[in-house]
Design a protein around this ligand. Structure first.
Ligand SMILES: [Zn+2]
Length: 243
């Protein structure tokens, strides 16, 4: 029998999701977010870029505000009101102390117990090469959970009134090929379709398919793939690193 995924920890109140681009959370994760916000939990989105290099036919200066708007609508569809952008440059995000500092600052501001990010490894499932932005942001988020709690790393943050927060108990990585935990996607599924569909400009360029059919097919495939390891229930899977 395939090893079953554990239910995600539920004894927390605040989560911060840190990803590189608009749409990163909507390709698979947002059904879990809808379930969490239903339960009265606070979820904040932090995006390293505005996804301005994501659409070949639209120049970055026009693309950035458009994708920001779509991301805010997308977040609202699953009950997330706070969406912040770090304004690193799309496509060339550098892993390093500047990125770790920006994420650590956000962790200190929002004081989450759960940090969420996207696949930080080289590949998707050992098959497709991951993008440098996803690798950089995923790794920096994992590292920043520790940075945020240490007053001697980035002491300039404390001078700005951002005092250490060592309360991140788990970092949950979505889109991983080594999942350990999962969240039932049933209740949040329809809203997750709407959240992905909110990235309409991006999706219309990506596919000739009807956008809603495309979103529904993608997300039911993704949540269905985890079902056999989660008691037959469609699920959003995460690799959870405990701290
Ligand atoms: Zn992305």
């Amino acid at each position: 029998m395939t090893e079953q995924l554990e239910p995600m920890p539920s004894d927390w109140q605040r989560a911060l999701a840190v990803v590189a681009h608009p749409d990163d959370l909507e390709y698979g994760c947002s059904a879990a977010v809808a379930g969490w916000t239903d339960g009265g939990r606070e979820v904040t989105y932090l995006l390293a870029t505005r996804g301005e290099a994501g659409i070949d036919t639209i120049a970055p200066h026009e693309c950035a505000p458009l994708r920001e708007r779509e991301q805010r609508a997308s977040a609202a569809a699953v009950g997330v009101r706070a969406v912040e952008f770090l304004d690193h440059r799309d496509g060339v995000i550098e892993y390093g102390t500047a990125l770790r500092r920006d994420i650590a600052a956000a962790i200190r501001r929002h004081r989450p117990e759960l940090l969420i990010t996207l696949n930080h490894r080289d590949t998707w499932g050992g098959v497709a090469w991951n993008t440098p932005d996803h690798r950089a942001v995923g790794r920096a988020a994992l590292d920043a959970a520790g940075d945020a709690g240490n007053r001697w790393i980035f002491p300039e943050l404390a001078e700005q009134g951002l005092h250490p927060w060592d309360g991140v108990r788990w970092v949950a990585v979505a889109g991983t090929d080594r999942p350990t935990h999962a969240v039932d996607a049933t209740a949040g599924f329809e809203r997750s379709v709407q959240s992905l569909l909110a990235h309409r400009t991006y999706i219309e360029v990506l596919t000739d398919e009807d956008p809603e059919a495309y979103c529904r097919t993608f997300l039911s495939g993704a949540t269905g793939a985890s079902a056999e390891r989660f008691g037959g229930r469609p699920a959003v899977a995460f690799e959870v690193f405990a701290r």
